[in-house]
Design a protein around this ligand. Structure first.
Ligand code: ADP
Ligand code: ZN
Ligand code: ZN
Length: 806
C-alpha cells in the first residue's frame, strides 16, 4: 500500500531541490501516482505551493510526522516515468533545479493559473452525469473537497469524465459565435405564418432556422450571414424573439489544419546515394539500436527525403518518430513537407504557436493520436512513447542550446532518450558542428555523406568581391558593381534573387558624431537598438524602451545619427538603385507577428517580389526554384566577434545561404561582398568545401586548446553590488584551481562581456578540461555553498559547453 508521496516542491532553491515526503490522505489512496502535480503545505508557516509527485512509497524516509497532500492538481499524470527520469537526469547534467526542469518540460497551459473543469468523457456513466448535475461549473483546484476530488479521479480514470483546460486569461481563448436554433421546425413554420407580408428578412431567417433545426445544424454566425444574405440586425431580432440563441464556442486549435486537407505526397525513388544513407539508419530502427549517425550532405542533396523515408520506416515498424528543426518559424517549408507526407499523424510544436495550440498538439502526442513530432528545441521533451527514430536537422544550429536554466542542448536530450528507447539518432547538416564532425572522425558517430546535389545540379558558382576595391570602382552604398549588375540581369530575365544582410555581431545603434556618445540602456551595459517601425530605441536584454533622441544627451549636438546597416536602409537604397525591383524585406520587424515569416515566404514563392532581402533568418531551408542569385552584402561582421567559433559561424552562414541559389533546373550564382577576401572561412565557403574547412579549423582549435579538443564549462556570478560579485568569482577560481588537476585550464575571471544586466553585475570564468572527475562534484558544492543564508543575493550560473562566451 502506498501511503507516501515524494514531492518536488515549486520552491526553486538549492536547499529545497530534493523530494519531500507527504502523506497520501485516505480518500486519495491508490489514486495519487508519480507524474501528478499536487498542492502541499511547505515549510513552517502556512505557505502552500504546488509540487510534482516523483515517486510513491509504502514507507516514509522522513522520521517525523508527515503533512498530508492538500489536493491533487492533475487528474491523470502529466509526466510518465520516462519523462520523470529524464527530468532528473536533466537537473543533474545542467546543474538546474529539478522543479525548473520539470516546468521546462511541460507545456505552459499546464500551469497553475489554468482553470480546469470537467465534462462528460467518452464513456459516460450515470454517476458522472449526476456528479456534473450536482456540481455545475465545478472548478478543479486546491479548494476542491477531497472526497469529491477522489470521485473525479476515479471517473477520469474510467473515461467517464474528462478534464478541460482553459487559460484564466479569457482573451487567449479563441471563440466564435454560433447560431443555435431554439424552436422545432413546426414552431418556426407557425411563426412564419404569423409574420406580416413585408417582413422579408425575418421570413428568410425563419426559413433558414427551419432548415437548421431539421438537420440539427448549428452554423457559425459569420458563415451563416454570408451564405444566407441575412443581416446581423435580423439575427439580433431573432434572438429578441426567442427564435435562436448565440453561443460563443472555442475554435478548435489546429495550427496546420489547412495542410491536413491536402492529399499526402508519395515517397520519391531514392538516388543510390540516398538509399545508401537510408539503409543503415532503417536497419538500426528495426534492430532497436541506439546508434548515432551524422549525415553530412551538401545543400540540395535530398536530406529531407532521407528523413521522410526514415520516419516512414519507423512508423511501418510500429514505432513513433521525433524530428527537430532549428526554429520552425524560419523553416515553414520543412513542416509543410513532413505534414504533406504524413498528414495529421504529425504534431507540430514550436514557440510561434499559441499556448492553446501547443497544448492541443502536446495532448495529441501524449495520447498517441499523433505519431510524429516536428518541433524546435523544446520538442525534445515531447510526451511520446515508443520512439523509433530521432532526427535533428541542421544539427549545428545554436538555437538547439537553451540560454537560460536549464541550459540544455537538445542533441544531448535526444541522445539520452535514444538510449532509453533503443533508437538511432540521425543528425543532419551541410555544415556539421565541429564537435559532431570530430565525433564522426573518432567513430563515435557513424558518418554518412551526400556529396552531390540531386539531379547532378552543380553547386552555384561563388564570386568573392573585395569591397576595399569595390568602393574605388564606383560601388554605390552597400552594393558593388558586379552584384548590382547581377541583380539587374535577374530582373531582366524575370528570375528571383535573395540578399543577405549579415547582422551577426552587429546592431543598429545611435551615436553622436561630435562626442562619440552612444545611447546605452540605463539598466544594462549595452547599446540600445534602433527600431524604425516604432521610432524608439530598445534594449534587447531587459526590454527598456525610449524615444530616439534628436540632440545628444551628453554634449547637446544635433549631429546624433543612426549607425549600422539596417535592412531598412538597404531596402531604401535598393529602391533608389533598382526602382523597378519589387523587394520583400524579412527581419525582426517584418516578422514579429505570428505567421509573419510564412506570409513573406509565400508571397516570394508566388513571385510577388523579385528580391527577398533579409537577415540570417533567410539563410535556412528555403527551396525556391526560381532563385538564381544570392548576394551577401556583408560577409565580415561576424568574423570580428570575440568568440573562437566566429570562423565556424561565418562559414556555416555563407555555405547555407549560398545553397539557396540554383536549386532547380536553372543554375545559380552567388556574390559575397567582404573586406576579408583571404580569410579561410570565406575561401572554403567559396569552394563549398566543408571538409577542407573542417581540417583547417581543427588545427586552429588544437592550437588554441578549444573544443572539440577540450570540454568547456562557464561559471557566472552576479550580484547587485559589483565588488561582491568580483570577490566571489576570485574565490571560486581559487577553489577550482585547488580541486582540479593541473591539466585543467581556468580562463579569467573577467567581467562579463555585458558587464551589467538588469542592474546586476556579472563576472565569469571558463574552465577548459579533458578529463576532470572532480569537476561535477565541485560545481555541486559551489552551488550549495553560494546558496546558503549568509550568501544572499548571489546568482551562480553554470553552463556546460556554452555556445557563447560573452
Ligand atoms: P536538402 O534538405 O539536402 O537541402 P532537399 O531535401 O530540399 O535537400 O532536396 C532538394 C530537392 O531535391 C528538393 O526539391 C527535393 O524534392 C528533390 N529531391 C530530393 N530527393 C529526390 C529524389 N530521390 N528524386 C527526385 N527529387 C528529389
Ligand atoms: Zn537593458
Ligand atoms: Zn554628443
Amino acid at each position: 500500500m502506498t501511503t507516501v508521496a515524494k514531492v518536488i516542491v515549486d520552491v526553486p532553491t538549492m536547499q529545497t531541490d530534493q523530494p519531500y515526503d507527504y502523506a497520501i490522505p485516505a480518500a486519495l489512496t491508490g489514486q495519487v501516482v508519480p507524474g501528478m502535480r499536487v498542492w502541499v503545505q511547505f515549510g513552517q508557516g502556512t505557505r502552500e505551493v504546488s509540487g510534482m509527485v516523483v515517486a510513491t512509497e509504502a514507507q516514509p524516509d522522513y522520521a517525523g510526522t508527515l503533512k498530508p497532500l492538500l489536493a491533487v492538481l492533475d487528474y491523470a499524470p502529466v509526466m510518465n516515468s520516462e519523462l520523470l527520469k529524464l527530468s532528473h537526469w536533466l537537473a543533474q547534467t545542467t546543474y538546474a533545479f529539478w522543479i525548473t526542469c520539470i516546468q521546462t518540460m511541460l507545456p505552459a497551459m499546464l500551469k497553475v493559473d489554468t482553470v480546469k473543469t470537467v465534462a462528460l468523457g467518452p464513456k459516460p456513466t450515470a454517476e458522472a452525469e449526476s456528479l456534473l448535475a450536482a456540481h455545475p461549473g465545478m472548478v478543479l483546484d486546491q479548494h476542491l473537497d477531497a472526497t469529491l476530488s477522489a470521485q473525479v479521479l476515479r471517473l477520469v480514470a474510467k473515461q467517464a469524465l474528462t478534464i478541460q483546460y482553459q487559460s484564466r486569461d479569457r482573451a487567449k481563448v479563441k471563440t466564435q459565435n454560433y447560431i443555435v436554433p431554439s424552436l422545432t421546425p413546426a414552431a418556426y413554420q407557425a411563426e412564419a405564418a404569423a409574420l406580416r407580408a413585408n417582413a422579408k428578412q425575418q421570413r428568410a431567417l425563419l426559413e433558414a432556422l427551419t432548415q437548421w433545426a431539421q438537420t440539427h445544424t448549428e452554423p457559425a454566425l459569420t458563415t451563416a450571414l454570408k451564405d444566407s444574405g441575412l443581416s446581423r440586425a435580423t439575427v439580433n431580432a431573432g434572438v429578441q424573439k426567442g427564435w435562436l440563441t448565440l453561443a460563443a464556442r472555442e475554435i478548435y486549435r489546429a495550427p496546420y489544419a489547412q495542410l491536413d486537407q491536402q492529399p499526402l505526397t508519395q515517397p520519391l525513388t531514392l538516388t543510390a546515394d540516398q538509399a545508401a544513407v537510408v539503409k543503415p539508419v532503417v536497419a538500426a530502427v528495426e534492430s532497436h539500436t541506439a546508434q548515432p549517425f551524422l549525415l553530412e550532405g551538401v545543400t540540395g542533396s535530398g536530406k529531407t527525403e532521407v528523413y521522410l523515408q526514415v520516419i516512414a520506416a519507423a512508423l511501418a515498424a510500429g514505432r513513433n518518430a521525433m524530428m527537430l528543426v532549428p526554429e520552425i518559424a524560419l523553416t515553414p517549408q520543412m513542416v509543410h513537407r513532413v505534414k504533406g507526407r504524413f498528414g495529421d499523424a504529425v504534431a507540430v510544436l514550436h514557440s510561434g504557436l499559441s499556448e492553446g495550440e501547443k497544448f492541443d498538439e502536446w495532448r495529441r502526442l501524449e495520447r498517441g493520436e499523433a505519431r510524429v513530432v516536428v518541433g524546435a528545441r523544446s520538442a525534445a521533451f515531447a510526451p511520446m512513447t515508443n520512439i523509433g527514430v530521432f532526427i535533428i536537422d541542421e544539427e549545428h544550429e545554436t538555437s538547439y542550446k537553451q540560454d537560460d536554466a536549464p541550459r540544455y542542448h537538445a542533441r544531448d536530450v535526444v541522445m539520452h532518450r535514444a538510449q532509453t528507447f533503443g533508437a538511432p539518432v540521425l543528425l543532419g547538416s551541410a555544415t556539421p558542428s565541429l564537435e559532431s564532425r570530430a565525433r564522426a572522425e573518432k567513430g563515435v558517430y557513424t558518418l554518412l555523406r551526400l556529396p552531390e546535389r540531386i539531379n547532378d545540379q552543380p553547386l552555384p558558382a561563388v564570386h568573392i568581391i573585395d569591397m576595399r576595391d569595390a568602393y574605388k570602382q564606383g560601388g554605390k552604398d552597400d552594393f558593388s558593381q558586379p552584384l548590382l549588375q547581377a541583380l539587374q540581369a535577374r530582373l531582366a530575365r524575370g528570375e528571383q534573387s535573395v540578399l543577405l544582410l549579415n547582422r551577426r555581431g552587429f546592431s543598429s545603434f545611435v551615436m553622436c558624431r561630435e562626442c562619440g556618445y552612444r545611447v546605452q540602456c540605463p539598466n544594462c551595459d549595452i547599446s540600445l537598438t534602433l527600431h524604425m517601425d516604432t521610432h524608439t530605441l530598445k534594449c534587447h536584454y531587459c526590454g527598456h524602451e525610449e524615444p530616439i533622441p534628436t540632440v545628444c544627451p551628453k554634449c547637446g549636438s544635433r549631429k546624433i545619427r543612426y549607425y549600422g546597416t539596417g535592412t531598412q536602409k538597404v531596402e531604401a537604397s535598393l529602391h533608389q538603385l533598382l526602382p523597378a525591383a519589387r523587394v520583400l524585406r524579412m527581419d525582426v520587424d517584418t516578422t514579429r507577428r505570428k505567421g509573419g515569416h510564412e506570409k513573406i515566404l509565400a508571397a516570394f514563392g508566388a513571385h510577388e517580389a523579385d528580391i527577398l532581402l533579409g537577415t540570417q533568418m533567410i539563410a535556412k531551408g528555403l527551396d525556391f526554384p526560381d532563385v538564381t542569385l544570392v548576394g551577401v552584402i556583408n560577409a565580415d561582421t561576424g568574423l570580428g566577434m570575440p568568440d573562437f567559433r566566429a570562423s565556424e559561424r561565418t562559414f556555416d552562414l555563407l555555405t547555407q545561404v549560398a545553397g539557396r541559389a540554383g536549386r532547380a533546373e536553372k543554375s545559380g550564382e552567388v556574390f559575397i561582398q567582404t573586406f576579408n577576401p583571404e580569410h579561410y572561412a570565406i575561401q572554403y565557403a567559396q569552394h563549398h568545401d566543408y571538409e577542407g574547412f573542417f581540417r583547417q579549423e581543427m588545427v586552429t582549435r588544437h592550437r588554441g586548446d578549444y573544443p572539440p579538443y577540450y570540454f568547456t564549462t562557464k561559471l557566472t556570478v552576479s550580484h547587485q553590488n559589483e565588488e561582491a560579485a568580483a570577490k566571489l568569482i576570485y574565490q571560486l577560481a581559487k577553489q577550482l584551481h585547488g580541486a582540479l588537476s593541473p591539466q585543467a585550464i581556468v580562463l579569467g575571471p573577467t567581467p562579463g562581456a555585458i558587464a551589467r544586466l538588469k542592474n546586476r553585475y556579472i563576472y565569469q570564468l571558463v574552465i577548459k578540461y579533458k578529463h576532470e572527475p572532480e569537476l561535477g562534484p565541485e560545481l555541486d558544492r559551489i552551488l550549495t555553498e553560494t546558496q546558503t543564508g549568509t550568501r544572499k543575493g548571489y546568482f551562480v550560473g553554470i553552463d556546460r559547453e556554452p555556445l557563447t562566451f560573452i
